[in-house]
Design a protein around this ligand. Structure first.
Ligand SMILES: [Zn+2]
Length: 306
């Protein structure tokens, strides 16, 4: 009888694995998992079945075996995995790998929930809720530590980044200036660059003037307020005010002066400048050409690489 044993019953692992590899019938695969003498052969057959209930069954039944571990590493049920590692006999590499799996699954679940919330933001009307989203702590983002910032490359965006931005968009749509101003003052928003995005959505010139001169606000948010100002009288008032406050307010004074020059230039030239070459320099990268507009006086430079 033993002569006609199926190949998967073989003690020759290569032969048994090859037979499982070729196997299509699920009932036979289940038999292999239950009865094959070699553990690797059982694992291979189980993986081919792709059935979470089967994985749980063997993870429970043979928790401390290679099979049990291999099954646990394919289980998506977070509560089940917590239970699996709570056993006293679960230690070392197995414990830390399952822990990692729990973390990955938890992050994926949270990200999926966030994507759902993100889709709902454009129709939210609850201002307080929108402010909460916009001021969420970016250090708590899913995958925050995976988002390595590489110089010269675009900053990776998380789902939460998109949520904060969508909340700002929605607040602007609802005309909720006071809420945008609240966001601009929030510590989390300042750290995640949401503050300046909130300020950039405000169009009321008086409010922008107030934000630009508010020294309880972060520099980037104040600069965003200056850049959104188009009222010449208010910009003049801002330069006057900041110049009286001395060196601490210099960055805002400079930003206001630049904004005034920009507005003047737009009015005079409407984007069509009359460039005049004012200088040439030779540096490591190539030739630097400096230009100045004959009408409005703004300057620019070009690098012609060697
Ligand atoms: Zn010009």
């Amino acid at each position: 009888m033993g002569l006609f044993k199926p190949a998967w019953m073989s003690k020759n692992q290569a032969r048994a694995l090859a037979s499982v590899e070729a196997m299509e019938d699920e009932a036979t695969l289940r038999r292999v998992v239950a009865e094959a003498p070699l553990e690797n052969v059982r694992i291979r057959a189980a993986v081919k079945i792709d059935d979470q209930e089967l994985y749980k069954h063997y993870a429970r039944l043979e928790a401390d075996s290679h099979l049990g571990y291999a099954m646990a590493m394919r289980i998506d049920d977070i509560d089940f995995l917590w239970e699996f590692i709570r056993r006293e006999s679960c230690t070392g590499v197995v414990l830390s790998n399952i822990r990692d799996r729990i973390d990955t699954l938890t992050a994926k679940k949270r990200d999926a929930e966030n994507r759902k919330k993100l889709a709902e933001i454009p129709s939210l009307n609850d201002i307080a809720r929108l402010v909460d989203i916009a001021t969420s702590d970016h250090r708590q983002d899913v995958g925050c530590f995976d988002q390595v910032r590489v110089y010269g490359a675009p900053t990776p965006r998380s789902t939460e980044d998109n949520m904060r931005e969508a909340a700002i968009e929605r607040l602007a749509e609802l005309g909720a200036d006071d809420a945008l101003i609240e966001v601009a003052h929030d510590q989390n928003a300042t750290l995640s660059n949401t503050a300046e995005k909130a300020v950039a959505k405000i169009t009321d010139q008086r409010k922008l003037f107030q934000l630009a001169s508010d020294d309880t606000l972060g520099w980037h948010a104040r600069k965003a307020a200056v850049d959104a100002l188009s009222d010449r009288a208010l910009l003049d008032q801002l330069t006057k005010m900041t110049s009286q406050h001395g060196p601490l307010e210099l960055p805002i004074e400079k930003a206001a002066e630049e904004r005034i020059q920009q507005i003047r230039s737009e009015e005079l030239c409407h984007g069509e400048h009359d460039w005049e070459l004012t200088g040439l320099e030779y540096g490591g990268l190539g030739e630097y050409a400096y230009y100045r507009c004959k009408r409005c006086g703004i300057e620019r430079h070009e690098v012609n690489r060697y």
